[in-house]
Design a protein around this ligand. Structure first.
Ligand SMILES: *Cc1c(COP(=O)(O)O)cnc(C)c1O
Length: 494
């Protein structure tokens, strides 16, 4: 049975179900598989599989304590007609690169790939624990995660979900997506404060022993949907197998020959999934890590020093505006030869001084990675150029990846087939995308008007996820102060 250990302490016998339910290890470490699995299928076999079949064959290697029936049920419930294409994650080629479109889920961003399955993995895990309490997901969001979690958990029996967002800190579309959320088990609350305030408030609720006791008595158990849960990470490994399969199927790469991947990165979850896929044998040569002006990862790859003592930039790719890439801890664990003491020390450095340095031995192992970054101007230029020359419209996050891809090719001359993880639909960041296209007159309009302009420009119907959004009834109007969050939670859970 494959078991999980922590990045900060050697553990024995933690099953994947326990790791999914617990989210994070008691001492603050992240769960990692004790040993990475070895695939028990060939790439030739994989060629005929649907996305769902591939998901099953990959995930079963990591989640060995799930029965076939349980895992297939979770996969079936996640990757269904909620996605606007039966391919789930289509690979779209232009003359230069291949875009792995991860944004065809209900909220138009790649977080749907994992958050559509996480609720089902959690429920199945809870049944195994013979725990009859109801799962309460508590999340702070700067926009994308909250909506994707709401969609994933809405009307899932045995769960409730509460999302706090900064009342003035999300886009009009993001806000409307959340405040119109259906499902009797959902609660969406605006905070008078910024994202950090919301995040800090949620963290305090998680650490509140009194609240935990009260909720236990009422039959509730608090849990989190954030990206350090292995129930979010492992489903993301699947689409790198899928990308390779599609490249081969479309004749873009010869079976067995390597590809490169570029991932627009924030919390380091998506690119870590690519690293796991490579470790499992997917022929990936370079893992290209793209940052926006918050280029802490670029600096880390250059110098071996991770240092968050720097200004925070608000960019046009807000889902990558992050200075603590939580999932990097898992990479450190693997690079250090599973040295939990070393990882613990580095994480203490991050907590106490805001920085740490990796050893030269560890740095030498970063060789498969390439770090790059792009500012907002470069990102906008790429959106316009690619649209004008290739007719392909990228969102701002994907465009950061594209910009870094260009730098990489320029620097290295490496022109291997390259897959860009395309993480959001251009309809989700319409303001920045239209501004990049220099549609000056439309830039004065609100997001909803811009969506209609974009629809016209592309001569297509807007994605299902935002159709009718403007006129959907608003179901959530509560706004509270940070110090009222606890009473809001208690009131909802009576
Ligand atoms: C969350 C997000 C990212 C960053 O992904 P990580 O796994 O946190 O590195 C990139 N693009 C979009 C659109 C996102 O929502």
């Amino acid at each position: 049975m494959r078991t999980y250990t922590s990045t900060r302490r050697h553990l024995q016998g933690v099953t994947s179900k326990q790791a999914i339910l617990q989210g994070i290890s008691e001492e603050g470490g992240l769960f990692v598989p004790e040993k990475l699995p070895i695939i028990d299928f060939t790439f030739a076999e994989m060629m005929t599989w649907s996305y769902q079949e591939l998901a099953y064959r990959v995930m079963r290697l990591f989640f060995e304590d799930f029965t076939e029936e349980e895992l297939r049920h979770c996969i079936g419930a996640a990757y269904d007609e909620k996605f606007s294409t039966p391919e789930i994650a289509p690979l779209v080629s232009t003359s230069q690169v291949h875009y792995l479109e991860l944004f065809h889920g209900p909220t138009l961003a790649f977080k749907d790939m994992a958050l559509s399955i996480l609720p089902h993995l959690m429920l199945t895990s809870k049944q195994a624990a013979k725990d009859t309490s109801e799962i309460v997901i508590l999340t702070a969001t700067s926009g994308d995660t909250g909506k994707a979690a709401l969609e994933g958990f809405a009307d899932v029996a045995g769960t409730k979900i509460i999302v706090f967002f900064p009342e003035e800190g999300v886009s009009a579309v993001q806000k409307r997506q959340m405040t119109t959320q259906e499902g009797d088990n959902t609660l969406v609350v605006g905070i008078n404060g910024n994202f950090d305030d919301a995040q800090t408030g949620v963290k305090m609720l998680f650490g509140d022993r009194e609240l935990e006791g009260q909720l236990r008595e009422k039959g509730y158990m608090l849990s989190s949907a954030n990206s350090i849960n292995i129930g979010r990470l492992i489903p993301q490994v699947v689409y790198y197998f899928h990308a390779y399969k599609e490249l081969v199927a479309q004749g873009k790469v010869e079976m067995g020959m390597p590809m490169n991947v570029v991932v627009p990165t924030g919390n380091f979850g998506n690119i870590l999934a690519a690293y796991y896929a490579k470790s499992l044998g997917v022929p990936i040569a370079k893992l290209i890590c793209a940052s926006n002006e918050n280029k802490i990862l670029y600096d880390f790859f250059q110098t071996g020093m991770y240092d968050r003592n720097r200004p925070f930039h608000v960019t046009t790719s807000p889902s990558m505006d992050i200075l603590i890439s939580s999932n990097l801890e898992r990479l450190l664990y693997h690079l250090s030869g599973e040295d939990t003491e070393q990882v613990t020390e580095m994480m203490a450095g991050l907590r106490e001084q805001g920085k740490y340095r990796i050893t030269d031995e560890m740095k030498a192992q970063l060789e498969p990675f390439y770090g790059g970054y792009a500012d907002d101007v470069t990102t906008a230029t790429c959106i316009r150029q690619v649209y004008e020359t290739e007719g392909y419209l990228m969102d701002t996050h994907t465009a950061v990846a594209y910009a870094v891809y260009k730098q990489y090719v320029h620097e290295s001359g490496d022109v291997r087939p390259c897959v860009i993880a395309s993480t959001a639909s251009p309809y989700k960041f319409t303001g920045s995308v239209m501004a990049a296209l220099q549609q000056i007159e439309v830039c004065e309009q609100d997001d909803f008007a811009l969506i209609k302009e974009l629809e016209k420009m592309l001569d297509e119907e807007m994605p299902k996820g935002i159709q009718g959004l403007e006129t959907r009834p608003i179901r959530h109007t509560k706004v509270c102060e940070v110090n009222e969050m606890k009473s809001v939670v208690c009131d909802f859970l009576v």
